[in-house]
Design a protein around this ligand. Structure first.
Ligand SMILES: Nc1ncnc2c1ncn2[C@@H]1O[C@H](COP(=O)(O)OP(=O)(O)OP(=O)(O)O)[C@@H](O)[C@H]1O
Ligand SMILES: [Mg+2]
Length: 500
């Protein structure tokens, strides 16, 4: 029999501080967007109402990135613990911070130099810097002299109420293009701004929508001392449909294990939506599944079913909201980058038991979502193509029509416009010019004031639906002609009674 000892003996201990290069390995799962989301978390925790993300360009090249907020700032007594890796503080119930890592890991994943300048109420600006340097020995954090800290803090940020706040500066950003070629730099800026708008707009959609925070992006050119137009990050609500894809939804399913209740808010999107909230980056197929929120911040956007079901094209309209409150927190773990949630074994069990008040189970829901998808496909496949619309249609109406009607690409677009007629007719079908003319005489409120060419959307939409088919074929049949007479008579009578 081999010997095995329960207790491990020791003969002394050594202090083995981590190699400073360990810093470089932090935050490997970050992208620029997720890293900046981590900094925005800190700004929100600091009570900021404005966050500015600024790229700085010098001699055509991007040199630095700033994240500036008007939060309560970091007092001198706390700045060293803020810069410490793993320097946790005491967190309140609504704080997004948890690990004491975010600022450092997010920054080191993107840049080789992190400078933090901050000003709390009633004190001068303080500053610290971490530099990733090959020759680094030990963990030495640099102290920024007060005058430079004040200067940085007082640069022209143009954000409201920055008597207190924090300026985070990254230099040597690894992802910046190593060129001053204006085309490549501009491309990078526009790609970055889009990625940031998509990611931050989604992650913070609740906070942005509630008006608690505004996040903007801009670029500063040092030579001209000018910063370009500010790009606002708009809220991108992954549940922001106008009308549910299935009657009775959203539905709340809940399940209990011991003292824990887990709630699944199950949504079904309307089919064929072209809205950016449905499409998201990655596309609707990749964005089906569970959306986890913690304190109004989205941790994971869809990306699957966490073992409850496998992803399936036919489930693309199904999205579920799960809020991870403190009392159910033990069912989940999130990665330090706060971009992924892992579920414990009880989670699938809870999903299997979950029921709505009307008895709907998780599988009933998935089936309804699949059915809604099938029906929406049937509807759109079965729809007859129509001629596209030309001038005279308001953009919102055009979008709504394009969402519903498949356009016939071989057909010339039809304009719908008002003009002066010599007679009493309500409308005229001009097949050669592809125009549906409406008699100015009947134009609502046409007296004196100039009207927009895109006016009367309701009337135009109805007429388009009724007379579009009269633009088809080589000639008008007897029945078509009779229909025209019929429509004219009724519309004239209607217009006259409206003008009485
Ligand atoms: N923009 C800011 N305004 C005010 N204080 C800040 C700001 N950014 C960081 N801090 C301070 O620095 C500390 C460290 O931030 P860091 O992001 O590293 O950790 P955390 O937010 O506490 O936890 P987590 O790792 O979950 O993000 C914060 O707890 C906060 O006190
Ligand atoms: Mg943080």
């Amino acid at each position: 029999m081999s010997t095995w000892r329960d207790q491990i003996p020791t003969s002394g201990s050594l202090e083995l501080p981590p190699d400073p290069r360990a810093l470089e390995g932090l935050g490997r799962n970050h992208s620029l967007e997720t890293a900046l989301a981590d900094l925005v978390d800190n700004s929100i925790d600091a009570g900021a109402s404005h966050v500015l993300i600024r790229l700085v360009r010098l001699e055509g090249r991007l040199r630095a990135l700033y994240v500036v907020d008007n939060g309560h700032g970091i007092p001198e007594s706390k700045i060293d613990s803020a810069m410490t890796i793993g320097g946790q503080r005491s967190y309140s119930a609504n704080d997004l911070g948890k690990f004491g890592l975010g600022l450092k890991t997010a920054s080191f994943s993107q840049a080789r130099s992190l400078t933090v300048i901050s000003k709390a109420r009633g004190s001068a600006a303080v500053g610290r810097r971490w530099l990733l340097d090959e020759n680094r020995k030990g963990f030495h954090c640099d102290i920024i002299p007060t005058d430079f800290a004040e200067d940085e803090f007082n640069r022209k940020w143009d954000i409201e109420g920055v008597d207190t706040g924090t300026v985070i500066r990254w230099d040597n950003v690894t992802g910046f293009p190593a060129t001053d070629d204006p085309k490549r730099v501009e491309e990078f800026i526009s790609r970055t701004a889009t990625a940031l708008r998509n990611h931050l707009g989604l992650v913070f959609h609740k906070t942005i929508h509630a008006g608690k925070i505004s996040i903007e992006i801009d670029v500063e050119d040092i030579e001209t001392d000018a910063s370009g137009a500010r790009i606002p990050v708009e809220s991108l609500n992954p549940f922001g449909y106008a009308r549910s894809g299935q009657a009775g939804y959203p539905k709340e399913l809940s399940a209990k294990i011991g003292d824990i209740t887990l709630k699944f808010r199950c949504h079904i999107w309307p089919g064929r939506s072209v809205s950016p909230q449905f499409k998201l980056t990655g596309g609707p197929e990749a964005r089906q599944g569970i959306y986890f929120y913690r304190r109004d911040r989205l941790l994971q956007a869809g990306e699957g079913w966490h073992g409850i079901h496998s992803s399936d094209r036919r489930l693309q309209l199904a999205r579920i909201e799960v809020t991870i409150d403190d009392d159910i927190v033990r069912l989940f773990t999130m990665n330090p980058e706060k971009s992924k949630v892992n579920v414990g074994p009880e989670f699938t069990q809870l999903a299997e038991q979950a029921k709505a008040k009307d008895g709907t189970t998780f599988y009933d829901y998935l089936e309804s979502a699949e059915q809604a998808f099938r029906e929406s496909r049937k509807r759109s496949n079965g729809r007859r193509k129509m001629a596209p619309l030309g001038k005279g249609i308001a953009p919102e109406l055009r979008k709504a029509i394009e969402r519903e009607i498949p356009f016939d690409e071989d057909s010339e677009p039809i304009d719908i416009r008002w003009k002066r007629f010599s007679g009493e007719d309500f409308f005229e079908i001009d097949r050669d010019k592809r125009a549906l003319w409406l008699n100015e005489k009947y134009r609502p409120n046409s007296k004196g004031e100039r009207r927009s060419v895109n006016d009367t959307p309701l009337l135009k939409a109805l007429l388009y639906l009724i007379v579009e088919e009269l633009f088809r074929g080589d000639y008008l049949g007897v029945r078509d002609k009779d229909n025209i007479v019929l429509y004219q008579e009724i519309l004239i009578a209607a217009a006259k009674s409206e003008q009485l």
